[in-house]
Write a protein that binds this ligand. Sequence first.
Ligand SMILES: Cc1cc2nc3c(=O)[nH]c(=O)nc-3n(C[C@H](O)[C@H](O)[C@H](O)COP(=O)(O)O)c2cc1C
Length: 378
Amino acid sequence: MRDVTCIEDLRVLARRRIPRAFSDYAEAGSYSEETLRANRGDLEQIKLRQRVMVDVSSRDTATTMLGETVSLPFGLGPVAMTGLQHGNGEILACRAAHAAGIPFTMSTLSICSIEDVAAAVAKPFWFQLYVMKDRGFVRSLVERAAAAKCSALVLTVDLQVLGQRHADIKNGLSVPPSLKIKNLINMATKPGWVLSVLSGKRWTFGNLHGRVKGMEGVKSLAQWVGSQFDETLSWKDVEWVRSIWPGKLIIKGILDIEDAKLAAKTGATALVVSNHGGRQLDGAASSISMLPKIADAVGSEIEVMFDGGIRTGQDVLRALALGARSCLIGRAYIFGLAAGGEAGVAKAIGIIRNELDVSMALTGVRTVQDIGRHILVQ
Ligand SMILES: Cc1cc2nc3c(=O)[nH]c(=O)nc-3n(C[C@H](O)[C@H](O)[C@H](O)COP(=O)(O)O)c2cc1C
């Protein structure tokens, strides 16, 4: 870990440490990966203004998310199957986030259950919800999140159907991991991963297994999503979610101005400008290219958050300059987790924190509140 200086180093290390099916799963985008590439490419196009001779001796990266003070303007976004990147991955990532003073979001499709994580960490975390056909089960998930004292519900609205990732099909990705000869041979070369996952609390979807009808015998995620996820989902269902979750609500997966206006009308606390990290509609615009338009349209009514392609602190700075109040990171911390467990996630957060701090100084800003479009080359 000492030689790791950037998120790309963590990605390379992660590839060496875990079976190919799981590193491919984390890295891939849907179909031709146009949107996945656009997320990064468009961020890199945004040039920061180098400013000099500004006293930046006292800098502060703290801000608020949903009204709570956080030490950094980003949190850990929901990532399915985190516990198969490293045993107990959800617990480890949550601990690293809390130690850094930022939020952690648990996916509906996590390996550890809501209760596993709640019992293992000291502070509340956020819970991400997928709305499935079985509304009774969805209600029970929300009740479990409330019982675990989750401090926000992140309702993901961009996955009524699953975008295809070619690698997952070719690798036979399944939960629990498939024990085909090809996969076993690959796993045998990753003893650290085998040990960590075998000693983890669970190997299957902790929130769902044994509780959701129709899961028995379903191994492929795509097959299960196809049968369980509700294609009829509409804004009416957001009203229903609000009626069963009176707490803070974040609507994640907004990429269009019209949808942003509708999301703002629901009374949700925040929305996340997101294309699911380029994993859903391939050919969609990059999230950074839509961010300023959405922030201009609804930023005064609802807290605008951003994700998609963040690999550096400079990327966080760019998103804040274009109107995001805060960001979520996905793959950046997952690479850290796969590379080195809790220490790896802490490393990923630390890398982005230091890059952000240095880049704030070199653009002449001292606080997150000072960041604006004026720090970008127009
Ligand atoms: C492996 C993987 C699994 C994901 N699983 C979920 C999920 O279960 N729920 C969700 O709302 N978003 C999920 N996402 C999307 C992320 O929350 C986030 O939008 C995306 O990763 C941001 O892009 P980035 O990875 O480039 O930072 C997943 C992303 C990845 C890479």
